[in-house]
Design a protein around this ligand. Structure first.
Ligand code: ADP
Ligand code: ZN
Ligand code: MG
Length: 517
């Protein structure tokens, strides 16, 4: 198989996502008063409505409608005042009613979008905008200094109910194939679920991952779901097709079902791109099929071929009246919208002068936003000055460490960056102090004293060391003077060694530059 980059030279990937989220923060199910339960004794939260017993009548959960309207407002959708429920008919034991109650052509939320910022190496995967300068746009993409921003259309978000959970026993790995019998737990049946469908606007697996991540942050911010990918409260189907670069007609797509992590979504789509390219290049047609990504075997396998559109005989739900939302009610929901991640990142840049990239990382990494804001509060008048180094420590040092980092309080973080800012310790030493703080040694300033880490910035002392290093390395000095500028690193290293790591690297650099001419 060709590499991903090679395939992307000749082919353009077209990707659209269907993302389900259970409204786990609600108290009750979608159409009955049963409590939402996760992990309770099977079939203990059921009633005639969610078991589909004859004559049972559904009553829609108002809080669920509020949740989906919040989701629509947070993703730039039009909120439809008039919509209704439909019956999607199918027979399977996980749905005792023999139909799923869902929405039809008009959903609560229609026609929204999210803007994705793509930075770093992943931005280079969009070869179609390589010729643009920062600030220039083509279609829905705008080049930036650090990558690009792409606007991804949202077709709709609709409200529906989850099915029960089936467990297959007696076979291998809980699969239905080879099982001797199956059990059904209806606790999950009727759990409120929202499904967001994107336009086929995504062009790389990384964009798909970022979309999913961004949507998850928004749902968490508005508090409508715990969005646990491991536990399945947020799951994603990835649709992907290829077309020759420079053409505009869509190719035949395949669908990857139930991707349960960001990495699986990315890797599964990337594999599909390679597989489809290999098939198309050898003259085979792509079949429209549903495939399963196997992360351990690193390949996708066919689950079922879609020959004709599924006939669910979608028809209007006769047991519920259509909705008629008022402007006042929608406005009252709008008033509950909290600050969304994009707005928060923009505030970090505006108030404390962070780059858009750093601000986004703080907002996107769980818990870093609160820690950053607490540190800025602790820094008081010095906040703007210390924002960048404090953000760097949180992003590069704290977020990457395993285990409990709560010993680094806001106060201690400020103290640590103040020590670097004052030249008392180097950034490299700051890492050592941070480790000491995290292993319970107390406040940064006390650690610096106790370990005798004060950095030497005294020019006289450093000058003496520099002279000694230059005298001892006449050979390297000659090569440096002959044009090997890289050797400066060697001299700095020698000086640092002499000073047992305590020399101020900036002062060493300055003096070396002066003496070596
Ligand atoms: P289906 O009828 O197979 O469910 P839909 O038109 O409802 O297909 O689209 C489902 C998802 O697939 C949407 O996210 C959409 O953007 C995406 N999609 C549609 N056509 C294509 C295509 N040719 N290639 C990739 N994605 C596509
Ligand atoms: Zn019930
Ligand atoms: Mg569809």
């Amino acid at each position: 198989m060709k590499s991903f980059a090679q395939v992307m030279e000749d082919w353009e990937a077209v990707i659209g996502l269907e993302i389900h989220a259970e409204l786990t923060t609600l108290n009750t199910k979608m159409f009955c008063g049963c409590a939402l339960s996760f992990g309770d004794e099977p079939n203990t939260h059921v009633c005639p409505v969610c078991l589909g017993l004859p004559g049972a009548l559904p009553v829609p959960n108002k809080a669920a409608v509020e949740s989906i309207v919040l989701a629509g407002l947070a993703t730039n959708c039009h909120i439809m005042k008039h919509s209704m429920f439909y019956r999607k008919n199918y027979m399977y034991p996980d749905m005792a009613k023999n139909f799923q109650t869902t929405q039809g052509p008009v959903a609560f939320c229609m026609g929204g979008y999210l803007d994705l910022s793509v930075d770093g190496p992943a931005a280079a995967e969009r070869t179609d905008i390589a010729d643009l300068a920062p600030g220039e746009s083509r279609g829905n993409v705008t080049k930036t200094d650090t990558g690009y921003v792409v606007r991804v259309g949202i077709t709709r978000i609709h409200l529906e109910e989850d099915a029960g959970k089936m467990v297959h026993l007696g076979g291998g790995e809980g699969r239905i194939a080879g099982a001797t019998h199956s059990l059904v737990d209806y606790n999950r049946a009727g759990t409120p679920l929202i499904e967001l469908v994107t336009e086929p606007d995504l062009r790389t697996p990384e964009e798909a991952r970022l979309f999913m991540q961004k949507l998850r942050q928004i749902y968490l911010a508005i508090g409508i779901s715990d969005c646990s990918m491991e536990e399945g409260s947020m799951r994603c189907d990835g649709n992907v097709s290829l077309r020759p670069r420079g053409t505009s007609a869509f190719g035949t797509k395949t669908e990857l079902k139930n991707m349960n992590s960001f990495k699986n979504l990315h890797d599964g789509l990337a594999f599909e791109v390679l597989r489809q390219a290999a098939a198309l290049e050898s003259g085979q047609a792509i079949r429209q099929e549903t495939r399963h990504w196997d992360p351990s075997a690193k390949r996708t396998i066919c689950m079922r071929v879609k020959e004709t559109a599924d006939d669910y005989r979608l028809f209007p739900e006769p047991d519920m009246v259509p909705f008629s939302l008022t402007d006042e009610w929608i406005d009252a929901v709008r008033a509950k919208l909290p600050e969304l991640p994009d707005a928060k990142a923009a505030r970090y840049s505006a108030v404390w002068g962070l780059s858009g990239y750093d601000a986004r990382l703080l907002v996107e990494t769980p818990g870093l936003d609160d820690r950053f804001e607490a540190a800025m509060e602790a820094a008081g008048a010095r906040a703007s000055k210390l924002a960048k180094p404090a953000a760097n420590i949180l992003i590069n040092e704290v977020a990457t460490r395993e285990g409990d980092t709560s010993a680094l309080t806001a106060q201690r973080l400020v103290e640590l960056v103040e020590l670097v800012d004052a030249g008392t310790i180097s950034s490299k030493q700051a890492r050592e102090v941070l480790s000491a703080v995290l292993s319970g040694e107390g406040d940064p300033a006390a650690i610096v004293e106790a370990r005798g880490m004060r950095q030497v910035s005294d020019t006289g002392a450093i000058e003496a060391v520099v002279d000694a290093v230059i005298a001892a390395n006449a050979d390297a000095v000659a090569r440096y003077k002959a044009g090997n500028a890289k050797l400066i690193g060697f001299f700095v290293g020698q000086c640092m060694k002499e000073m047992r790591g305590k020399g101020n690297p900036q002062v060493i650099n300055e003096i070396l530059a002066k003496k070596l001419g």
